[in-house]
Design a protein around this ligand. Sequence first.
Ligand SMILES: NC(=O)c1ccc[n+]([C@@H]2O[C@H](COP(=O)([O-])OP(=O)(O)OC[C@H]3O[C@@H](n4cnc5c(N)ncnc54)[C@H](O)[C@@H]3O)[C@@H](O)[C@H]2O)c1
Length: 378
Amino acid sequence: MKRNILITGGAGFIGSHVVRLFVTKYPEYRIINLDKLTYAGNLANLKDIEHAPNYTFVKADICDFETILSLMRQYEVDGIIHLAAESHVDRSIRDPFTFARTNVMGTLSLLEAARRCWESRPERFEGKLFYHISTDEVYGALELTRPEGIKPPFSTTASSAEHHLAYGEEFFLETTKYNPHSPYSASKASSDHFVRAYHDTYGMPTLVTNCSNNYGPYQFPEKLIPLFINNIRHRRPLPVYGKGENVRDWLYVEDHARAIDLIFHRGKVAETYNIGGFNEWKNIDLIKVVIRTVDRLLGRHEGEDMKLITFVTDRAGHDLRYAIDSSKLQRELGWEPSLQFEEGIEKTVRWYLDNQAWMDNITSGDYEKYYDEMYKNR
Ligand SMILES: NC(=O)c1ccc[n+]([C@@H]2O[C@H](COP(=O)([O-])OP(=O)(O)OC[C@H]3O[C@@H](n4cnc5c(N)ncnc54)[C@H](O)[C@@H]3O)[C@@H](O)[C@H]2O)c1
């Protein structure tokens, strides 16, 4: 079936994996990647598919309602996968207005454009879907009651579950009450509410997923894993918040993209699905795995760069533990993470070490010229 799918934020980390998956897996679809190209947007993430006949890139701001509406009409968009956002918690603490503007007002502008565009057609919402990508951070923080970790209480057949430990008895469920603490998570929580409100008020077919921390290739190097890989390579300090006790649930980015594909096609309208890796790690333990892997792959003595770890003042309002129970998605749609964490980290470290030019392009700022070079004559 032919479909015209608008993916927002496709030049970012997760968005680029989603765009690549849809462009290659569904040649019959037209994929329109709409991205403002903020500091986090990098078209070099999509070099391998930029000439695909079913792919179109549009530089635009999701807050620009008139432009979004006319693009949606021009391309007769029938599906939206909305990933565009400001995504870095530390930046949200310094500049909350930008987060409210993009994450809240930008999402509202997309929702309203979709409603006006779709309502004006005879078939209205039939065959349409507005799929909003969100985070587990909206649920707030869980207690860390098992410092040594325990087996999780829910059963899973996921291969990674063999190694899974939980650091407490509680998990985020789809029914967990929202309790965001950072300006980032507050802005995402607000956007989630708007998306559900558009279903409840106008009957618009919407869907929300809340996912845990992603890792993998093409992540902007302000985020922990790529930042630390690069710092270890150059033997620079590794700043660890507090004592590194905070726990996060990590998911390989391609497993998230596969979940998005499955949910976009088979998820139930108006539902929420939690997506997670069944894979909790204390920051300090995760960092040690990254150090050992980088050292080994660079031919250094494994663990010699542990000395780079530097404890710094904790992040304000730092949530202690996030842990997702994604068994609903597993039960209802049959999704599970495909990679064990050790494999995923090995693949990720190898990718960053093999793609030093990608990293250098960002640290030098050259990546921001890519749009002009690629699209100025079109
Ligand atoms: N990274 C994670 O671990 C994680 C986990 C769960 C959910 N999420 C959510 O997934 C989505 C993508 O996250 P990411 O890590 O890939 O983010 P990212 O920061 O790497 O990418 C965000 C993209 O959005 C674009 N963008 C920002 N503001 C825009 C605007 N006003 N108009 C158009 N485009 C704009 C940027 O240019 C960039 O390409 C976000 O909604 C985030 O909240 C991320």
